[in-house]
Each structure stands twice: as C-alpha cells, then as structure tokens.
Design a protein around this ligand. Sequence first.
Ligand code: TYD
Length: 226
Amino acid sequence: MTSQTPGPARGPFPGLLIAFEGGDGAGKSTQTAALAAALESRGLTVLRTREPGGTPIGEKLRSLVLEHGHGEIDGRTEALIFAASRAAHAEQVLRPALERGDVVLTDRYIDSSVAYQGAGRHLGTDRVRGINEWATAGLWPDLTVLLDVDPADGRRRRTAGDAAEDRLESEADDFHARIRGAFLELAAARPGQYLVLDAHLPVDDLAAQILDRVDALLSLRQGSSA
Ligand code: TYD
C-alpha cells in the first residue's frame, strides 16, 4: 500500500522541479532531453540531472549500487545508498537550482526508491517514502511524469543492441511488475501531481503531451507571481 496522505505542498522556490519516472526501458532520457530542448529554445534555464548520481559522491554511490561485483547488497543497504545519493543531490544540486529559478528535470527521484526498494524489494512503500522524505528534507517535485511500460517490453527495449543490464535491471520480471504496479499506485493516489503516459506512444506525441502539461504549470507559476 502507498501512503494516502495529502500531496506534499509545493516548495517555496521560484524554480520548478519535474521528475521523470518509469520502469527500465521506458524512454525517460529521450523525453527529458526533448523537454529540455523545448524549454531552452524559449530562453528558460533548464538543469538536467539524474539519480542515482548528479553529484561527485552520488556518482560514486551510483557505481557501487548499480555495478555487479560489489558482493551482496541487501535490500536495506541498497535503499540507504539510493537515499544517500538523493540527499546529496537535493542539498547540493536541486535546491540551489530551484532557488535560482531553474526548471530542473531529474531522471528518477523519490518514487523510484518507493517503487524499486519499497515494492520491488518488499521493504514497504511507506517506510521507504519516509526515509527519503527525511533524506531530502521534504523536497517533492512539482510534477512527476510517469512513463508506464510493460516490464517485458521494457526489457526488450533496453537490451536492444545487446546493451548489458545493470544489477537492478537484471532482476526477474516479477520484480519489475511490482515496480510498475507501485508507480501506478503512487500516481493514482495523487493524480494532480502526475502525468501518466503510455511509454509505447510515438516519441513526438509523448513530448507534446509533456510540454503541454509543463506549459500549464509555468502559466500557473507566472500567474501566481504576477
Ligand atoms: P537509471 O539511471 O534510470 O538506469 P539507466 O540509465 O541504466 O536506464 O536507473 C538505474 C537503476 O537504478 C534502475 O534500474 C532503477 C534503479 N533505481 C532504484 O532501484 N532506486 C532508486 O531510488 C533509483 C533512483 C534508481
């Protein structure tokens, strides 16, 4: 079960935080890049970043948790490594950019931990959400774009061209099915803060729908600061 508490209040920042979430192979990077290009062409300052990673310590943690060959990494350890990377990212990168007024696009954020570690590893979605709320000092996105992908299709898409799977990607299909279910549950609990899209739609259709939604947010923002 995901938490049913009311959606988090938006941050007190001039910038906008948009998270891209979804199973592996959903096409998040393609859509993040398309949105960044569209917003930059209008003169907005966009910061593209990702998790795990986004800071020097976060990139080290990323290698530790994703690469094969570091021995056993149990579920709690895994959840705390992702949360540690996120704490550094929120403090060192996200907040400063939001304070400057940037539009920040992050490839994965808290929901990835809730879905992968909370549901995928059976650690409990509320508990993992709580750890990450603490890690980020309550920094929640203004909008989460969820690219919904069927796990088997996701695997086909990400292994096309013989790309090797990382430690999480190489988990069995039922692990990825739990993750998909958890993402959809999170979105259903707070529909106003999510844009859920079928990842199989053509890339340009997805990009157009995402831009429309972000435009609506930007107009709201301008309206409230006028
Ligand atoms: P990602 O960078 O999106 O993978 P790639 O760029 O290789 O497509 O994410 C790396 C993996 O880490 C992915 O399988 C999801 C997983 N992950 C978690 O399990 N928990 C988390 O909190 C995050 C951010 C990622």
